[in-house]
Design a protein around this ligand. Structure first.
Ligand code: PMV
Length: 321
C-alpha cells in the first residue's frame, strides 16, 4: 500500500467552464498557489482483487469518481483493480474545497503504487492529467508554488506546470471561514449553466487570456501589486458571470461583501494595493498578501469571523510511504 499527501490550491485567475465535459478541458488557463499542509488530504492506494473500491472521507465515492481509475489503467496500459481510501484533514469545518487536495493525493498515490509495484514511471504531467479527471482544479495541486493549468485543447495538452517554486513566492492566503453551509450548486453543474446562459461570460473569455499573461509575469517578477489587482478583478469577473447565469448563481454572502469593502478600504488607506481578495464557489474569503503583511490581513476579519487560517505556499504533494 502507498500513502500520499496533497493540499488544496487557491486560484488567482479562475477556472469556471469547460470546453469538454468528459475530459475536463477548461475554457481558459488558470493560475493558482498551492497551500500548506494545515489543509491536507491523505490518500492510500493499493491493488485490489475483484473490483475497484474507492472510499472518500468515510463514504463510497461518487460513480463519476471512478473515471480516474479507468483513466489510469488506460494511461499505464494495465488491467488491475484498485483500492483507494482518502481522508481530508482541515482544522475547521468550513466549506473549503477539498476535492482538489483529494484528487491530487489520489493521483499521487496511484502513481507511486504503479512505480513501486509495476515499475511504471508516470511524469508529473501525467499525474496532473489523472488529477484533472477527478476534479479540474485538482490538476494544479500536484505541483507546489505558483502553478498554471494550461487549458490546452485535448487530453494530452491540458495539464499543470509550475510557474515559480514555493521558495520564490512570498505570499500567504489568509482564509476566513464565513459560512458552514453546504454549497448550493456544485461547481460542475454551476459552471455548465454559466457557459450555457451567460452573455457576460463571452466577454470574460475575450480578456481572461490577457489576465493570465499579466498574472504569470507578475508572479515571476514579484510584482505583487499587479498580481493582487488582477486577482481581485478576476474574482469579480467570475462572480459577475455567476450572477449573470440563468437562474443566477450567488455564492457570496453579506460577510463576503463586507470583506471586499474592507480590503478595498485598506488598500485605499495604504495608497497602494497591499492585498487582494478572491472567492471560489462559496462565501469563504481568501485574502492574498505578502507574508510580512499577514497580521494586517487577519485583522480585516475582526468582528466577522475568528475561524481564520493563515496558509503559506507549499512545495506540493509527497509520498509518505
Ligand atoms: O475543480 P472544480 O470542479 O472544483 O472547480 C473549481 C472552480 C473554482 O474553484 C471556483 C475556481 C478554480 O479555478 O479553482
Amino acid at each position: 500500500m502507498v500513502t500520499a499527501i496533497a493540499t488544496p490550491n487557491i486560484a488567482l485567475v479562475k477556472y469556471w467552464g469547460k470546453k469538454d465535459e468528459n475530459l475536463i478541458i477548461p475554457m481558459n488557463s488558470s493560475i493558482s498557489l498551492t497551500l500548506d499542509e494545515q489543509l491536507k488530504c491523505i490518500a492510500e492506494a493499493e491493488f485490489a482483487n475483484g473490483k475497484d473500491e474507492m472510499v472518500v472521507n468515510g463514504k463510497p465515492a461518487r460513480v463519476d469518481d471512478y473515471r480516474v481509475l479507468d483513466y489510469v489503467r488506460k494511461l499505464a496500459g494495465i488491467d488491475k483493480r484498485f483500492k483507494i481510501k482518502s481522508d481530508t484533514w482541515f482544522p475547521v469545518a468550513g466549506g473549503l474545497a477539498s476535492s482538489a487536495a483529494g484528487f491530487a493525493a489520489i493521483a499521487f498515490a496511484l502513481a507511486a503504487l504503479l512505480e513501486e509495484e509495476e515499475g511504471i514511471e508516470l511524469s508529473i504531467k501525467d499525474i496532473s492529467r489523472i488529477a484533472r479527471m477527478g476534479s479540474g482544479s485538482a490538476c494544479r495541486s500536484v505541483l507546489g508554488g505558483a502553478v498554471e493549468w494550461l487549458a490546452g485543447t485535448n487530453d494530452e495538452t491540458s495539464y499543470a506546470v509550475q510557474l515559480v517554486p514555493f521558495e520564490g513566492v512570498e505570499l500567504v492566503d489568509v482564509i476566513g471561514i464565513l459560512s458552514h453551509e453546504e454549497k448550493k450548486f456544485s461547481s460542475r453543474a454551476g459552471m455548465q449553466m454559466t457557459v450555457k446562459t451567460s452573455k457576460l461570460y463571452r466577454e470574460r473569455m475575450k480578456t481572461v487570456g490577457e489576465r493570465i499573461e499579466k498574472a504569470r509575469a507578475a508572479l515571476k517578477e514579484k510584482d505583487y501589486e499587479t498580481l493582487f489587482a488582477e486577482t481581485m478583478a478576476d474574482s469579480d469577473s467570475m462572480h459577475a458571470c455567476m450572477m449573470d447565469t440563468q437562474p443566477p448563481l450567488n455564492y457570496l454572502n453579506e460577510k463576503s461583501l463586507e470583506i471586499i469593502r474592507r480590503v478595498n478600504g485598506l488598500n485605499e488607506k495604504e495608497g497602494r494595493i497591499v492585498c487582494g481578495y478572491t472567492f471560489d464557489a462559496g462565501p469563504d474569503a481568501h485574502i492574498i498578501t505578502e507574508s510580512k503583511n499577514a497580521a494586517d490581513a487577519e485583522k480585516l476579519f475582526g468582528g466577522i469571523t475568528d475561524e481564520i487560517i493563515i496558509a503559506t505556499v507549499s512545495c506540493g504533494p509527497r509520498v509518505l510511504g
